[in-house]
Design a protein. Sequence first.
Length: 258
Amino acid sequence: AVSLIGAPPLVAVVGLSGLFWITAFFSLCGIAVVMWVVPPAPIKPAPAERLRHGDVLFNPQLLRLNVGVFVLFICQTAIFVVVPTLLVERGMLPSPQHWMVYAPVLLLSFAVMIPPMLAAERRGKTREVFLGAVATLFVAMMAAPFAISAALTGIVVFLLLFFIALNLLEALQPSLVSRLAPPHLKGFAMGVYNTTQAFGLFLGGILGGTLAKRFGDNAVFYVCAGLTAFWFVAAWNMKPPVKVRPVAPSGEASDTAR
């Protein structure tokens, strides 16, 4: 969120090459933090059972989540190939001022996502909230070609719907991966998930640029809508993890009984 808001005014000051140098600097900072600040992971005894990575790679529930994050980040990168141009051409907003749209939209989307997140966690509505977020993403993509005809107002409405769905899904999916993965393969499951996400980011840029150049901006939104519809169908039979309530120790149970 910070990078999305800060990049346009930064480019106006330091230029595009300066932005890449800043990114490189923060990458080095990240390496330093991992090497010298993050404590080493505790060494755990090897599990008694044989590690079967197929339990992660071919688990239907985890596959749904991996497909989901792949589609989500294809859509995110693809639309941001065209959204900045739309803000300039349709919204009549110069690039250094794009943060004036992104900042309030992001803040409002965070506020709107809180009630459904609480419903998902506290009331066991994870599946309903998840599918609702995917459906919201689909509606946003289908409505985008019509919304952008309303100039800046339409673009803002589209971005608000998009970020509500994005924030919900970005919060729910990693949590579900961690809870659904076999205990001894959680790290591997998160690695597969994050790698799939990175592939989506990479492919989304290629797809968005190619579609916008050959078929126009609307093609980007319609293709993303098609991918989101496929994701919704794939996610329909998802089974959220069952909450396990902690069992009181036998001593406490007997005391309670007395």
